[in-house]
Design a protein around this ligand. Structure first.
Ligand SMILES: Cc1cc2nc3c(=O)[nH]c(=O)nc-3n(C[C@H](O)[C@H](O)[C@H](O)COP(=O)(O)OP(=O)(O)OC[C@H]3O[C@@H](n4cnc5c(N)ncnc54)[C@H](O)[C@@H]3O)c2cc1C
Ligand code: FES
Length: 279
């Protein structure tokens, strides 16, 4: 996305144009390249390394519409040193961006099939570009289903977009929360409970899953129970990163480097690794 001519380790300067609060600990940044001539291109599923000067760098998925190439969106949950530093930045401040890096969701392969997207918590961010892309050429896909689960109603991100998509007849959207609360009138239970109720043809469906590893493991089991094949299920994996270009080994995952071979993997390629809990 940034101008990659030259050294992939050198960040490009981006200006924070807008900050949108999603939940108590999660926010979305709209970033504009300081060089306004730069055009932003990325594939759904890819990530950037976001660098806070003097603090450090973290991998963050690109969350925006891939057809819109003047800005980049990142939705970030403040969990530690770098992400909390990003949360303290203001409009007009700058960050360094390296990327885009990594593999993409198989949006082309899913054409002509049903598509089931399963997201947990902030795992909705990395699949947002898929949804934008699919909705922009909706006739290329059969049934499209988005199943989204969060801990509670106050953890739901992208409320405006979800509200808009609820009104569409060509997208089946189901949201569930783990814990009920007074102002929640929707589904209660973990996201996997939505899978058996979703309408899709297991013989001709591509599934994309993003969220905590435990949620991805159980979602896969549920999809397999429905009759899906292991090579039609895709997951986005997370590990700590440093170089993001397959150089340092920090993100090693079995024989893979998540930064280079992932983060999006076909389940059949990582089946054995995913069953090892602490890997
Ligand atoms: C490909 C990829 C895409 C990502 N996309 C997003 C995104 O869109 N939005 C978002 O908010 N976060 C995303 N993350 C996670 C994000 O990179 C981490 O939350 C961040 O690196 C934490 O850094 P920190 O300095 O704030 O926290 P630290 O101070 O380093 O750690 C805080 C806690 O988080 C744990 N942790 C740190 N990094 C990771 C990691 N990568 N995976 C699992 N646990 C970790 C630590 O063990 C510790 O418990 C992504 C990670 C990867 C690998
Ligand atoms: S982060 Fe260095 S090899 Fe992946």
């Amino acid at each position: 996305m940034p101008d990659k001519i030259g050294n992939p380790f050198i960040p490009t300067l981006y200006i924070i144009d807008r900050i949108k609060k999603e939940t108590s600990d999660t926010f979305t940044l709209k970033l504009l390249p300081q060089d306004i001539k730069s055009k932003i291109t990325f594939a759904p599923g890819q990530f950037n390394m976001v660098y806070v000067y003097g603090i450090g760098e973290v991998p963050i998925s690109i969350a925006g519409d891939p057809t819109y190439n003047d800005s980049v969106l990142h939705t970030i949950r403040s969990v530690g040193n770098v992400t909390s530093s990003i949360s303290r930045l203001k409009r007009g401040d700058t960050v360094g961006i390296r990327g885009p890096f990594g593999s993409a969701w198989p949006t082309e392969q899913a054409q002509g099939s049903d598509l089931v997207i399963i997201a947990g918590g902030i795992g909705l961010a990395p699949v947002m570009p898929v949804i934008y892309k699919v909705l922009s050429s909706r006739d290329k896909y059969k049934r499209v289903t988005l199943l989204y689960g969060t801990r509670s109603a106050k953890d739901i991100i992208y409320k405006r977009e979800l509200q808009k998509w609820r009104k569409r007849f060509d997208l089946e959207l189901e949201i569930t929360v783990d814990y009920d609360s007074q102002n929640w009138h929707g589904n209660v239970g973990v996201v996997t409970t939505l899978i058996p109720r979703a309408a899709f043809d297991p013989a001709s469906t591509v599934a994309m899953i993003c969220g905590p590893e435990i949620m991805m493991r159980y979602s896969v089991l549920e999809l397999l129970k429905c009759g899906m094949k292991t090579d039609m299920i895709y997951l986005s994996m997370e590990r700590n990163m440093k170089c993001a270009v397959g150089f340092c080994g920090r993100c090693q995952y079995g024989p893979n480097f998540i930064c280079k071979d992932g983060p999006v993997f076909k389940y059949s390629n990582i089946e054995n690794l995913l069953s090892i809990r602490e890997l």
